[in-house]
Structure formats: C-alpha cells, structure tokens
Design a protein around this ligand. Structure first.
Ligand code: 6XA
Ligand code: ZN
Length: 348
C-alpha cells in the first residue's frame, strides 16, 4: 500500500461553518489529517507526495467555469471589501428551480451561490491550493495503481478537504474538488475499461453520482444514511439507478440512521457483489470514516474493529484500489480507523 499525504491541506483552515443555522467551529479541521498521518507513521507506512498534476483530469470531471471560479475565489473575495481577509465568505442566494444558472453573475456572492449546494462549505485563503493538492494526490495514486509497476496494488490518499459532495460545477458539504471522480477518471484514462467507485461515507456521495450518472464505464455505489433524514437530503435514494447509457450503473443503498453495524455490513456485501458482477478492472473507495459510532455528526454504529473488517472485505475483491479520505469528525480516532481499513485490506 502506497500512502500519499499533502502537507498543503493545512492551507484550508476556515474557522466557522453554519450548523442548524448557527455559526459554529468547523468540524472539518486540519487536525483530522494530522491524526491520520501520525498513525500511518507510527505503523511504519511511508508517506509520499503527489507527482501528477491533476489539472487535465479535473478539466474532464469539473466544468471549466467552476474551476476558474474556485481557483480565484479568495482573490475575488478580497477585492470585494477591505478587511475581507479576516472574514469568511458564505453564499446567501442560490439559483433554485425557475432561476437561471447559465449566466454567471458578476457579483461575487451571487457566483458563490451559483457554485454552491449549501452554505456549509466555508472557503479560506488556501482552499484552492489544498483542494488541488488533494486532487493531485488522487491522480498520482490512480496513475501508480493503474500502472501496477512493482506489484503496487493499492494506494491511500490522506488528504483534505474531502470531495464526494462536489459535483461537476458546485461545491458542498466541505467538498470542493471531487477526488474520487478524479481518481476514477484517471484510471479510465490509464486504460482501465470499467472502474467502480464505492462510497462508504455516512453521507451520500451526490457529487460523484451526478458526475458519472450517464456513464456505464464508471459504476457508482454508495452506502449511506437515508437522505429522507440525513444530509445531503436531495439525492441518494434507492430509485436513482443511472440515466441513458448509464442506466443500471448507479446503486444507492440508503440505511436508516441509527442502524446496527450488522445491517451496514449486509449492505456492504450487496455492494461488493455488484462490483464483482460488473467485472470492474479497478476500484476507488471514497473512504468516509463518519460511520464510526462516536462520530459527532453521524448516526451509524461501526467500531474501530469494524474498519479492519471493511478493509479485509475490500481486499478480498482483489482489485487495483485507490482509497481517498472523505468525512469523519471524531478526529482523534481517525488515525486508528483509517489505518485499520488499509491494514485489513493488506491482510486479505
Ligand atoms: C452538513 C453536514 C455535511 C456533511 C459532510 C460530510 N454541514 N460528508 O461528512 O461526507
Ligand atoms: Zn460524511
């Protein structure tokens, strides 16, 4: 297992987010990645830096005007008013049904709304730099694993911010660039005919689903809290099966908040069997660790030992695999839980 770490994740460090309408300290903090790094190091895993520039692959999974907005968002925010370097921008208007999203307004806050699905994805000075470095790690991991040189079978990207809520042209849920999509597309570009993405984060990976919804070459599967009660609320139902040529290549396995770990592993088994039937050439795992029983914002019941079991089951698929870190907010437990997955995978 090759492990990637991007030090510039630290550059993304907003202070506040909105939670139930109130301004609170961010859940998605730099210490999350540092806990994972510490545990990886303690267990003797060697950390690499990205070698691949993800700009080309990002241009195929994201819209150019969104990438352009994101890259320059902090500069444009500073230009809006003196003192903005000490404040965070938040959107306050969104182009919902009946409003136009084809014309990009000139106003910065309006553009921020155009490119956001919520007001829960705060930007800071180094957001682009951190998110881009995370995508670079995903593209690097995919290139190494797809090439398979030296028997490299799998790679894990310890990066933040996460990515699975980010769609082709929007940010949301702490996500800006879709790392799982970048990894999957990179594997396709490197010659893998069929790539499966398995998202095991507590929250449905709406961005990833929407990017590949019309495509049969990337199978998207997500096991998550039922969107009737859980974020992101507006996607992730079982009847979303893909569209056009992509019909049959999207599988959502929503589970009730509060369900037992045994139920979660039944859904995982269903997901794994679908991946086998698909005859995937490669696998991307959107590794959210917010399924942990002690996660402060989620409601599943996995224990640290269950993450080893998850890793073993994924390892048994026998596929070239790229893991990208997604959510998980019980920060001090993230290191043990992440490393349990990758060491379980290596055991299989
Ligand atoms: C609402 C909750 C955002 C969920 C973020 C997450 N602010 N996604 O963990 O996987
Ligand atoms: Zn999550």
């Amino acid at each position: 297992m090759i492990t990637f770490f991007n030090d510039s994740h630290q550059a993304h460090a907003p202070e506040f987010e909105f939670f139930r309408g109130e301004r609170v300290a961010c859940f998605e903090t730099p210490e999350r990645a540092e806990y994972v790094k510490a545990r990886l190091t303690e267990r003797g895993h060697h950390l690499q830096s990205a070698q691949v520039d993800s700009r080309a692959v990002l241009g195929t999974v994201h819209a150019p005007r969104y990438l352009d907005f994101l890259e320059h968002a902090w500069r444009d925010w500073l230009a809006l008013a003196p003192g903005n370097d000490r404040c965070q921008p938040f959107p306050s208007i969104w182009p919902v049904r009946s409003l136009r999203s084809d014309i990009e307004p000139l106003n910065f806050i309006a553009r921020l709304g155009l490119y956001s699905m919520d007001n829960g994805s705060p930007l800071s000075a180094g957001t682009w730099q951190a998110a881009k470095a995370g995508a670079d790690a995903a593209a690097s991991a995919a290139a190494l694993v797809a090439a398979g040189h030296g028997g490299i079978r799998a790679a894990f990207c310890c990066s933040r911010p996460p990515g699975h809520h980010a769609g082709a042209d929007f940010m949301g849920g702490y996500c800006f660039l879709n790392n799982a999509a970048a990894a999957a597309q990179s594997m396709r570009d490197a010659g893998a005919g069929r790539v499966a993405i398995l998202d095991v984060d507590y929250h449905h990976g709406n961005g990833t689903q929407s990017i590949f919804y019309g495509r049969p070459d990337v199978l998207c599967i997500s096991v998550h809290g039922d969107p009737l009660t859980e974020y992101p609320f507006f996607l992730g139902h079982a009847d979303e099966t893909g569209q056009g040529e992509g019909e049959g290549f999207n599988l959502n396995l929503p589970l009730p908040a509060g369900c037992a770990a045994s139920r979660w592993f039944e859904a995982l088994e269903q997901a794994c069997q679908r991946i086998c039937r698909y005859r995937a050439d490669a696998l991307v795992v959107a590794l959210g660790l917010d399924t942990f029983a002690e996660d402060p914002i989620s409601k599943f019941a996995l224990r640290s030992g269950d993450f080893s079991r998850l890793g073993r089951r994924l390892g048994a698929l026998g596929l070239p695999t790229v893991f990208v870190l997604e959510g998980g907010y019980a920060a001090a437990a993230l290191g043990v839980n992440a490393v349990n997955v990758i060491e379980g995978f290596e055991e299989a």
